[in-house]
Design a binder for this molecule. Structure first.
Ligand code: OOG
Ligand code: NI
Length: 458
């Protein structure tokens, strides 16, 4: 038997491309969106040689065309726990806790994603994973009914569970086992056009909240979108109608800036898809949509606090603004005080940076004594490059959820997060995203300073 194991990075790449192929065949608009994003990205790169070079040096160019995130929603604690084990085999770990209940969406979430530098460079595939909070359903009978329905399903094939166990025992999977894992995993995330309930039950759950019906009434957590990364989200938003795609009204996240920060996102509305209920009747379900994102630099806690404050201020008078141009203009005004210069963001410790030696630094090594970092940067011996934000934003996520819920949907009463309950379900604590970025920054700094002083550094 083949005893060489695929690396988690290889498995994740196989998985993300298999998911992408599956979603392409399930939702043809996704292919259209990929084409549009690719076209815009090529134009941006052709027009901005400096950006192209920077992306190349940061190892981001190669991952750009395969970069995606997806999203799923599950209904039971043990489903979330099993997903954690499955994703761990692919080198994806839960990072961050997102409370969506404060925006009236009855879920809480984490993002499964790679965490170390090499893995992120290989393929940063992330899955935003939400757990339904049944306790937020106010109608007690319906809550119990939903829970009973969920109890009856198994979203994982027996073969998938065996393969995850095997991977955990052996410490990996060989090529054949890895392929089998991917094939079986697709069964969990595929779309089912038959519901597990009758039409009346579906309607009752839908009345509570569209998301509740989406999670409870189907055999599995169908992937509900896959999101490519664009270098110019404003261009994609503008051009979507040319491709017969209607974008949501406004782009979520920070305004357009010279130094892009965090994450900007837009989506197109969920499709209406035919479903068959157990009583033989048919209906329409809207769950699956398309989304694009533009990623910028990761902010420190201090930077993030400023972002949150400015955004919340802006949203108090922007709520309901449906015109993207006007929305973006007002948002830019609201962010006027937010530094838009790499050096300022770095020296004020608002964003995370990765340090490395320049050619000049390489030649100058070894230094017998080390000046302070700013001096090394001023002298051109050390380069500082922004670290890309790999996570999500709760306010934006709520906006994406809501744009797909339809106008008739009312938000549930605002609730509170419950990270402890989420982590109990998950079976582990989520990783702290800020700590991850801080670690990446510190590791790069240590490595660079060591290289500057080591005499044997070639
Ligand atoms: C997830 C919505 C959030 C994002 O990119 O912020 C999200 C969902 O609809 O399940 O995907
Ligand atoms: Ni998304």
């Amino acid at each position: 038997m083949d005893m060489t194991y695929l690396t988690p990075d290889q498995l994740r790449t196989l998985f993300s491309s298999a998911m992408s192929d599956m979603y392409r065949s399930e939702v043809p608009q996704y292919q259209t969106l990929l084409d549009l994003v690719d076209e815009v990205n090529q134009t941006v790169l052709a027009d901005n040689p400096a950006l192209k070079q920077a992306l190349e040096e940061r190892g981001e160019l190669q991952r750009l065309s395969l970069e995606r995130h997806g999203a799923i929603r599950v209904g039971r604690a043990d489903e979330l726990a099993m997903l954690r084990r499955l994703f761990a085999v692919m080198g994806m770990y839960p990072v961050g806790y997102y409370d969506l209940s404060s925006a009236g969406v009855p879920v809480h979430s984490t993002a499964f994603r790679p965490v170390d530098e090499a893995a992120l460079q290989q393929n940063p595939f992330r899955i935003f994973t939400s757990l339904l909070r049944l306790e937020l359903i106010q109608d007690q009978t319906l809550r119990e009914q939903a829970s009973q329905i969920l109890q009856q399903r198994d979203i994982f094939t027996p073969a998938l569970k065996q393969l995850v166990e095997l991977a955990e025992q052996q410490g990996g999977l060989n090529a054949a086992q890895g392929q089998a894992l991917i094939t079986e995993a697709l069964e969990t995330f595929r779309w089912h056009d038959t519901a597990t309930v009758d039409a009346a039950t579906y309607q009752a759950l839908l009345q509570q909240h569209r998301l509740i019906a989406d999670v409870v009434c189907f055999r599995g957590p169908h992937i509900n979108h896959l999101t490519p990364r664009t270098l110019d989200i404003d261009a994609v938003q503008l051009r979507m109608p040319d491709y017969d795609i209607t974008p949501k009204a406004v782009i979520e996240g920070p305004p357009r800036q010279h130094c892009p920060v965090l994450l900007r996102q837009t989506s197109f509305k969920a499709l209406q898809e035919a479903v068959r209920f157990t009583d033989g009747s048919t209906g329409q379900h809207t769950a699956r949509f398309g989304e694009i994102e533009q990623r910028g630099m990761a902010l420190t806690l201090k930077g993030r606090e400023i972002y949150d404050r400015l955004l919340n201020n802006a949203l108090t008078h922007l709520a309901g603004e449906q015109n993207n141009a006007s929305y973006q203009q007002q948002l830019s005004q609201a962010f006027e005080t937010f530094p838009d210069h790499e050096d300022t963001l770095r020296t004020q410790k608002l964003a995370y940076f990765r340090y490395r030696l320049s050619d000049k630094g390489r030649e100058a090594a070894p230094l017998s004594s080390l000046p302070i970092l700013e001096q090394l940067i001023d002298d051109g011996l050390v380069l500082a490059e922004p670290i890309i934000y790999e996570d999500f934003l709760p306010v934006s996520a709520a906006g994406i959820f809501q744009s797909n819920l339809g106008d008739e949907d009312k938000a549930l009463q605002a609730g509170q997060g419950n990270q402890d309950a989420f982590e109990d379900a998950l079976g582990t604590a989520v990783l702290d995203p800020f700590q991850r970025y801080a670690d990446l920054e510190q590791e790069s700094l240590n490595r660079t300073l060591k290289q500057l002083t080591a005499s044997d550094f070639a």
